[in-house]
Design a protein around this ligand. Sequence first.
Ligand code: PLP
Length: 454
Amino acid sequence: ALIDTTEHDSLQTADAKHLLHPWADLSTLGDENALMIQHAKGVHVYDSKGKQYLDAIGGMWCVTLGYGHEELIEAMASQARKMAYYTPFGDVSSAPSAQLAEMLAVLTPGDLNRAHFTTCGSTAIDSAVRIAHYYYAAQGRDSKRHVLSRRNAYHGSTYLAASLSGKAADRTLFQYESEFVHHLSSPQYDPDIAKESAASRLQTLLDEMEAEIARLGADNIACFVAEPILASGGVLVPPQGYQAATREICRKHDILYISDEVVTGFGRLGHFFASEAHFDIVPDMIISAKGITSGYQPLGVVMISDRICDAISAGAPEEKPVFSNGYTYSGHPIVCATAIKNIEIMKRDGICQHVREVGPYFIEQLRTLIDSDIVYTVRGDHLMACVECWTGDEVGPTAKNMALAQRVDQYCEQDGLLVRPYENLCIMSPPLIVERSDIDRIIATLGSALTRAQ
Ligand code: PLP
């Protein structure tokens, strides 16, 4: 039977009966309590009863320019009127995809001059690992297939991207393990709670990486896949120098370095890409998604170095010189037109500069919450951050700590603030357009929620 979807209650019924949400809480499957977000403007979203929330999650780390941005909407509509879609396969192209590829080549560091478009972050990760395999296969080095990742990494939800992800929670009911994926330790270093110096933690991590490479044999390893700061794993910031040192290890052993900038790219750390500008490394490939379109359209991209691309084309078999990877919607014209407009607006409005100004203020203000008895630690960088809750006994995602974080989250929601509850963390990645006054409201609301949850 048809459901009248104009009514809040019937919307919730439709949702409860017929939707299986990504990352659904299976213990509440079928409950009619979904938060129905109906419209949005700027940094605010509104539910179907008209209640306003300040969205400190930025959708899902992705809504960077805020909601209802007329120029982005117009870019989508105008490209749709011109041509919504045509095949991107083989030697057929479209103006938006070619123009966006050129813009990205300018924004990325080093010789990362070639864009391979996909549909999201997960498919970009999949494609990057396949490209790493093609690269070595094209040189007759087929044994180089193994992939190094880290525990607590999150790289997405396709079978391969999920195999690369390292969090135990992401493996519920699944044995994702691929025989060629290996997880190194999570590289988190939090100076507030660490029992050792950053230098000593760094050395331990590097020794472990070298030992794993020696165990597997560098001749068997294709690539290392790494988020510069682990996002969904809990905003885990590695010790200073980790990115550059691991990059150097990869160079030494001829292992490709794939930087997953799905979250850290497009302004969240104050630069279009954080790899070089923030961490002083030039990777072999960079993955981007999410903020590349400000979340207005789904897009993923692998930026590939000329060196890799040249080697793949030089080593392709003469009888079938085909790059056998791609999607119906790779380089989709409306999607690419949105990304182009997003980049133009970001440049014109100085969004990266704005993040470099408000980002440190956000972290500084969040850190005042560390005085709360139920806050174990606060960590982050610019506009990605989290508050880790604890009841005062055991540290980490225990049942008690997770229940506590859930309470904090509920109080925030009651008071019109959306933070992302994950295990015993409240994660935040607000739109990049947040002003100091928005930040003050986030801190005040979260502070009051922490007091009430004690
Ligand atoms: N890589 C990172 C670092 C992510 O945070 C995510 C998603 O949260 C992905 C990859 C996967 O991206 P998507 O959900 O667009 O497939």
